[in-house]
Design a protein around this ligand. Structure first.
Ligand code: ADP
Ligand code: MG
Length: 238
């Protein structure tokens, strides 16, 4: 059971995306307005109402933050990086949260450098999104395997979890904005991930079996070490 998220196939136009964001933000705004109106009329807001209002505000904030990653207007700086360190940094960042949930990261990294021409912060965002999804799929804990190797001009990064897995029907919907099965999810992570990978001329493949786990493979063109100021030095996310 697998689904290849192909280049541009599932990309939504800016207009559709904007409409989607507007819709997703309007729902929590409606809730917030309702409670404020109730307060104005009857002064009857209680703790439960303010809790809901706070979580609705958090939701708006999350949606906007995920979108900003796509919308960043400034030119991004592409540099040559050893993915072992980039992925290593992200593992350190998420390690304590993983431990809290009885999740163990199991890295299997190439012993030699795996160099890619990348915007490192964006690449970190990709790894954060993928690892968070893996962690969120394993509420009872388990192992997340991280393989990293260089093979004939490509950096191959593979993240395998032991989580709930994804059904065939859901697999087909992945990468569509706002598709989520999580109460606090935005359904934007994979779309952002896919766009960043495309900006790096790479590809992503997701294989999954319900009840067994999911394997995400990211392939990026690898490079020889070279200066950061070549003609490709500055690119922006299209
Ligand atoms: P979010 O995490 O906010 O729901 P994403 O775009 O990151 O949004 O993921 C969309 C959906 O894809 C998730 O809600 C989940 O249903 C599914 N998914 C992604 N990664 C995994 C995984 N590793 N295991 C199981 N389901 C996953
Ligand atoms: Mg996610």
């Amino acid at each position: 059971m697998e689904e290849l998220l192909r280049r541009s196939e599932k990309l939504t136009t800016v207009g559709q995306l904007a409409a989607g964001v507007a819709h997703e933000i309007r729902n929590p705004l409606t809730t917030l307005r309702g409670f404020l109106q109730m307060q104005q009329r009857t002064k009857s807001i209680n703790q439960m109402h303010t809790d809901i209002m706070l979580s609705e505000l958090d939701r708006i904030n999350l949606i906007v933050s995920e979108f900003l990653i796509l919308a960043k207007p400034q030119a991004v700086q592409f540099e040559v990086r050893d993915v072992r360190f980039t992925l290593g940094d992200v593992i350190s960042l998420l390690d304590s949260e993983a431990h809290l949930h009885n999740i163990e990261f199991q890295p299997h990294f190439s012993s030699s450098p795996v160099l890619v021409h990348c915007e490192e912060n964006q690449l970190k965002q990709v790894f954060i999104n993928i690892l968070k999804n893996a962690m969120e799929a394993m509420p009872a804990g388990g192992t997340i395997r991280l393989q990293l190797a260089e093979e004939s001009g490509a950096a191959i990064i593979r993240v395998t979890d032991e989580g709930e897995g994804i059904s065939k029907e859901r697999l087909e919907k992945l990468g569509e904005p706002f598709y989520t099965n999580k109460e606090k999810g935005t359904g934007l992570g994979l779309m952002v991930t896919q766009r960043i990978i495309e900006g790096h001329r790479g590809s992503m493949r997701i294989e999954s079996e319900l009840g067994k786990g999911t394997c995400v493979t990211i392939i990026l063109p690898s490079t020889e070490a070279r200066s950061d100021t070549d003609e490709d030095g500055k690119q922006s996310l299209a």
